[in-house]
Design a protein around this ligand. Structure first.
Ligand SMILES: Cc1cc2nc3c(=O)[nH]c(=O)nc-3n(C[C@H](O)[C@H](O)[C@H](O)COP(=O)(O)OP(=O)(O)OC[C@H]3O[C@@H](n4cnc5c(N)ncnc54)[C@H](O)[C@@H]3O)c2cc1C
Length: 461
C-alpha cells in the first residue's frame, strides 16, 4: 500500500477529517492536502487576544451526535471537551426580550401551561397552534419547505414569533426555501408517527430544554483549548499540506491546480466550499448542487469589561425578523463557554446578514460594528467594547432548499461512475460539524476500500 497517493482538496473540518480517517484506513498511503487559502480550518477560525478565546465560525456542536466526540477523544483532545452552560433563552419580539416558553423545542411548544402564559404569541395565535392536535398530516412523502410545514401545522404567528427566528438563527436561511426532508427530517418522522407535532415532541423530548434556567450541562460541546487546536491536530495526519494552492479541475487520477500544474493521485477527495463543486467536477449534477442557494453572513464578536454589559441570565437571544434590526441573534459567549473571556470580562457574539438581505456584510468593519452595537443597545444596556473581531462568510453558507436530498442523490450517483473521485462536505449531508465529520468518515472508508481492492486485484493478476 506504500505507493498509494491520495489528494484531499479543502482544509475545512470535512477535508481534515477525511485526511484523518484515510490515514486510519491506509496508514501507508501518502496523503496530500490542498487548500486554496493561506490557512487551514475553513469556517473554523479561533482568534486569541488579551485572554479572550474567540471562535469566529462554529463555536461548538450538538453533543448527541457522537462521531466528532469520538474523533476528538481518538486524537487525544478528550480532556479539553466542555459542555455549554445553560440558562434562559430569549426571543426579541414586539420590542422586548421574552423568555422562550419552557418545554419548547426549536420553538415548538410541548408544554401547555408555559405556552398559555407566554406573551410571545397572541391568544388567537395560541388557539391556532393548538389546532395541531387535530389537523391531518401535512407531509406526504414529498419534500416541502419548512415554512409550509410549520405554518400549516402551527399557524403563521407561532412560526413568525418563535420558530422562524430560532431556525433562521441556526441555518441563516429563509424558511420558505428550506427543505423539510434535508434540514429537519425528524419533524417529518414525528408527524408521520404521531400526526400531531406537539404530542410527538412531548413523547421524545430530552429532559432539559431551551427556556429552562436550571444550571446543568448544556446540549452542546466544544473544546476549551479552542477549535483551532482540533484542526491543527487533524492536519498533522497529512503527509504534505499545500496552502495557497487552489485547484481548478479534477478528473480520474488527476488534479489540475490553478497555475496549470497537474498532480496525479490514486484517490481524490473533494471537500471544498459549496460553490466549487460545479467548476471542479463540471458535470450537470455537480453544477446543480453548486448553483443552489448560498447565503452570506458575518459574525461580530465584541469584547467588554463586565461592568459595561447588562447582566442577563442566560445564553443569548434571537431576533424576530419583523423587528427590522440588522442583527439576527446574540450569544453571551462567556455564559455559554466560560473559557472564552477573562474573569472580569464578557464576550458577546452577534450576527448580521440574512438570506433575504446581506448588504450590511459588504460594509466596512467600522460600519458593521456601529450598526450591530446600535441594535444591541436597543435590546439591553451595553457600554463601549474593548475591541471587536468581524468575520465574513460571503456566498459561502450552503442552503438546503426543497428537494436537496434528491439533488445530492443524483450527484452521488453520477460521481459514483467516476473512478477514484469522491466528495464530502457541508454541502451534502448536513452542515453541523458532526455531520461533516460523519460524511468524511464514510467517504474515506469508501475511498480506502476501493484502493485496497485495486491493490488486491493488481497483486492477483
Ligand atoms: C458563523 C458560523 C457559525 C457556525 N456555527 C456552527 C456551530 O456552532 N456548530 C456546528 O456544528 N456548525 C456550525 N457552523 C457550520 C460549520 O462550521 C460548517 O458547516 C463546517 O465548518 C463546514 O466545513 P467544510 O469543511 O465542509 O467546509 P469549509 O469549512 O467551508 O472548508 C472548505 C475549504 O475548502 C477550501 N477550498 C475551496 N475551494 C477550493 C479549491 N478550489 N481548491 C482548494 N481548496 C479549496 C476553502 O478555502 C476551505 O478552506 C457554523 C458556520 C458558520 C459560518
Amino acid at each position: 500500500m506504500g505507493n498509494q497517493k491520495v489528494i484531499v482538496i479543502g482544509a475545512g473540518i470535512s477535508g481534515l477529517a477525511a485526511v484523518y480517517y484515510m490515514k486510519q484506513n491506509l496508514p501507508e498511503a501518502h496523503i496530500t492536502l490542498l487548500e486554496a487559502s493561506d490557512r487551514i480550518g475553513g469556517k473554523i477560525k479561533t482568534v486569541r487576544r488579551d485572554g479572550f478565546v474567540i471562535e469566529c465560525g462554529p463555536e461548538g456542536y450538538m453533543a448527541r451526535k457522537p462521531t466528532l466526540t469520538n474523533l476528538i477523544k481518538d486524537i487525544g483532545l478528550g480532556d479539553q471537551l466542555v459542555h455549554s452552560g445553560t440558562g434562559t433563552y430569549y426571543i426579541y419580539v414586539n420590542h422586548r426580550l421574552r423568555q422562550m416558553p419552557k418545554g419548547s423545542v426549536m420553538g415548538i411548544p410541548t408544554k401547555m401551561l408555559p405556552m398559555v402564559t407566554t406573551g410571545l404569541v397572541s391568544p388567537l395565535g395560541k388557539l391556532r397552534a393548538a389546532l395541531d392536535l387535530l389537523i391531518p398530516r401535512v407531509y406526504q412523502d414529498k419534500d416541502i419547505s419548512l415554512k409550509e410545514f410549520f405554518e400549516r401545522r402551527l399557524g403563521s404567528e407561532l412560526v413568525t414569533n418563535m420558530i422562524e427566528p430560532l431556525l433562521s438563527g441556526i441555518y441563516n436561511g429563509d424558511l420558505a426555501d428550506m427543505s423539510l426532508e434535508a434540514t429537519l427530517p425528524q419533524f417529518a418522522a414525528i408527524e408521520k408517527k404521531h400526526r400531531s407535532l406537539i404530542l410527538g415532541m412531548k413523547s421524545i423530548q430530552p429532559p432539559k430544554q431551551a427556556g429552562t434556567s436550571k444550571k446543568s450541562a448544556g446540549r452542546f460541546l466544544s473544546l476549551s483549548c479552542g477549535l483551532d487546536v482540533l484542526v491543527e491536530k487533524l492536519a498533522s495526519y497529512a503527509d504534505e499540506i499545500r496552502l495557497k494552492t487552489p485547484v481548478d479541475h479534477v478528473e480520474p487520477g488527476k488534479v489540475t491546480l490553478s497555475d496549470g500544474t497537474v498532480l496525479n493521485a490514486d484517490s481524490i477527495i473533494l471537500a471544498t466550499s459549496p460553490k466549487q463543486l460545479g467548476p471542479l467536477l463540471d458535470f450537470p449534477e455537480a453544477w446543480s448542487l453548486s448553483n443552489d442557494k448560498r447565503t452570506t453572513t458575518a459574525t461580530v464578536a465584541l469584547a467588554f469589561k463586565k461592568e459595561e454589559v447588562e447582566q442577563l441570565d442566560g445564553t443569548g437571544y434571537v431576533v424576530s425578523r419583523k423587528e427590522g434590526l440588522n442583527i439576527t441573534a446574540c450569544s453571551f459567549m462567556n455564559h455559554k463557554w466560560s473559557y472564552t473571556a477573562p474573569e472580569d470580562c464578557a464576550l458577546i457574539r452577534t450576527y448580521v446578514g440574512t438570506a433575504e438581505d446581506a448588504a450590511i456584510v459588504e460594509e466596512s468593519d467600522e460600519a458593521i460594528e456601529e450598526k450591530a452595537l446600535a441594535d444591541l443597545r436597543k435590546i439591553s444596556k451595553l457600554g463601549t467594547p474593548l475591541f471587536s473581531v468581524i468575520t465574513r462568510q460571503i456566498d459561502n453558507m450552503p442552503q438546503y432548499t426543497v428537494n436537496h436530498n434528491q439533488r445530492v442523490q443524483a450527484f452521488e450517483d453520477a460521481l459514483g461512475k467516476i473512478n477514484g473521485v469522491y466528495a464530502c462536505g457541508a454541502l451534502l449531508h448536513g452542515v453541523g460539524l458532526p455531520d461533516c465529520v460523519d460524511n468524511a468518515m464514510h467517504v474515506a472508508e469508501e475511498a480506502a476500500g476501493q484502493l485496497k481492492e485495486n491493490e488486491d486485484a493488481a497483486t492477483n493478476s
